[in-house]
Each structure stands twice: as C-alpha cells, then as structure tokens.
Design a protein around this ligand. Structure first.
Ligand SMILES: CC(C)(COP(=O)(O)OP(=O)(O)OC[C@H]1O[C@@H](n2cnc3c(N)ncnc32)[C@H](O)[C@@H]1OP(=O)(O)O)[C@@H](O)C(=O)NCCC(=O)NCCS
Ligand SMILES: [Zn+2]
Length: 228
C-alpha cells in the first residue's frame, strides 16, 4: 500500500468491499459535461445533470422523457468485471481518512478493441491501456488524481508495458490538465482520416475524444538507477 503523507492519501488495490463507494464516485464523476452520463431516456439519449433541469421533451424521441440512471450499479459492476478479466489488470483505489476518494483502472492494451490505432502506434501489444480514472466531487483538486495516475504508471511499468495509452475528451479541462501535466502527449497522425483533419488522433465515432500516450521506460530507468 502506498501512503502519501502530504495528503494522507492511501492507494491500494481494488477489493469487492470498495464497490459501493466506487459506484457512487463513478455515477457522480461522469454525470457532468462533457460526459453527460447522468440519466438516460428509454430511447437511449443520455443527459447531464445540468441538461435535466430544463428538459421538457427528449431531444431524440421528442416525447416526454422517461428517465433512469445512466449508470446503474450493475453496469458499473460489469465495467469493473470486464477490467478484471483483461490481461495484466491494474485496479487501484485511493482513500483519505478511511473513505474511498477515487479510483483508476486499466490493463494490457486490448488490441482487438482499437485495431485502428495500430496504423499510428504500431505494435500495440507492448502497451497498457488506462481505461478509467475518477475522484469524488468533494475530493478534487487535492492531488488525488495525480497520485492515482503516478501509481498507475509505476504499476504498468512493472507489468513490462513500455507505454500507457488512454482516451479522454478534449473538452474536459480537468482530465486534460491531469494527463498533460503527468507527461501524456497527444498523438499526431499523417494519415488522411476525415475525423482527424487537424492531425490529432481522434476517436472515429466520438470526435472530441482524443488519445494520449506516455512512455514508461523512463520510470523503469529511474528505478534501476536508484537501485544501483
Ligand atoms: C480528472 C480528475 C480525475 C482529476 O482529479 P483531481 O484529484 O481533481 O486531480 P488533481 O488534483 O491531481 O489535479 C490534476 C491537475 O489538474 C488540474 N486541474 C484539476 N481540476 C482542474 C480544473 N477544474 N480546471 C483546471 N485544471 C484543473 C490541477 O491543477 C492539477 O494540475 P497540476 O498538475 O499542475 O497541479 C477529476 O477531475 C475527475 O474525476 N473528473 C471526472 C471524471 C473524468 O473526467 N475522468 C477522466 C476520464 S478519461
Ligand atoms: Zn427519448
């Protein structure tokens, strides 16, 4: 277990007993712009916390919206189970004063899921994929996301991954700041892909979602030097 004295933040592997608190953070974390995954109409349209306040007719089906939670505990549990089933899973939680404050998870790069990335990134099999990170609303901006991210990078390096790849939404100031400041870089491409006209590698379906990468070799090198 890692303990940061400065913030009294503890980092430990995820355990099933953490689920209820993780699910609460997960629901909150993606409820706002740009994710807007707070509620969904029966037609499948999702809405953010702000959008719901002024909603009279559903923007997709045009009817009075029939809403339910976008993320149910079952969905979240499935997401975690999916992560646990991947190769080299890394699931960490952070807590302060006994309460879960955030989580991060990912695994060895799922080559089949993002085959199109191989055109730009080459061999994907040596990479790790950081799938999700979130910190509880009232715990943000205290460095907890940073600590989670750094510990994740260390763990990924220890699995032998040479780099960590992630996808986030470029409109999300907080995750962009977190990842850029932790050494992740945007991925630029030369290919003529309609969704990537500005040369930045973007998700073909959700164009605001960009990919970032960070090498882990440096972490390993630093550790080796320290040990010698
Ligand atoms: C992204 C997230 C995990 C960051 O967690 P956090 O604990 O607040 O992050 P930190 O306190 O370590 O801050 C990280 C950096 O982002 C910056 N930052 C955080 N919130 C910010 C904001 N609202 N505006 C601008 N910068 C911000 C901090 O200044 C810090 O920069 P620094 O490295 O120069 O100090 C958190 O905002 C969150 O859970 N967001 C919702 C879920 C999400 O979008 N996850 C990403 C999915 S890909
Ligand atoms: Zn609808």
């Amino acid at each position: 277990m890692i303990v940061s004295r400065k913030n009294s933040v503890k980092i430990k592997p995820y355990e099933r007993r953490d689920f209820v608190q993780i699910a609460q953070i997960y629901k909150e974390a993606f409820a706002d712009y740009p994710w807007n995954e707070y509620k969904k109409c029966v037609c499948g349209q999702n809405y953010g916390r702000d959008e719901i306040r002024e909603l009279s007719l559903c923007k997709r089906c045009g009817n009075a919206p029939v809403l339910s939670d976008f993320w149910t505990p079952e969905n979240i549990s499935q997401d975690i189970d999916l992560a646990l089933k991947q190769r080299d899973p890394i699931l960490l939680i952070s807590s302060t004063q006994g309460a879960v404050a955030g989580f991060i998870w990912g695994y060895k790069f799922p080559v089949g899921k993002f085959e199109f990335l191989a055109d730009t990134l080459g061999d994907l099999s040596t990479r790790n994929y950081l799938d999700d990170i979130a910190v509880g609303l009232n715990m943000r901006r205290r460095g907890i996301g940073t600590i989670l991210c750094l510990e994740y990078l260390n763990k990924a390096a220890r699995t032998g991954a040479d780099s960590v790849v992630l996808r986030t939404d470029e409109r999300n100031k907080t995750s962009m700041a977190l990842f850029k400041n932790r050494g992740f870089n945007l991925i630029y491409i030369n290919l003529d892909v309609p969704s990537c006209k500005d040369g930045i590698l973007r998700d073909p379906e959700y164009n605001d979602r960009i990919y970032m990468v960070r090498q882990t070799e440096l972490l390993m090198a630093t550790k080796k030097i320290k040990r010698e």
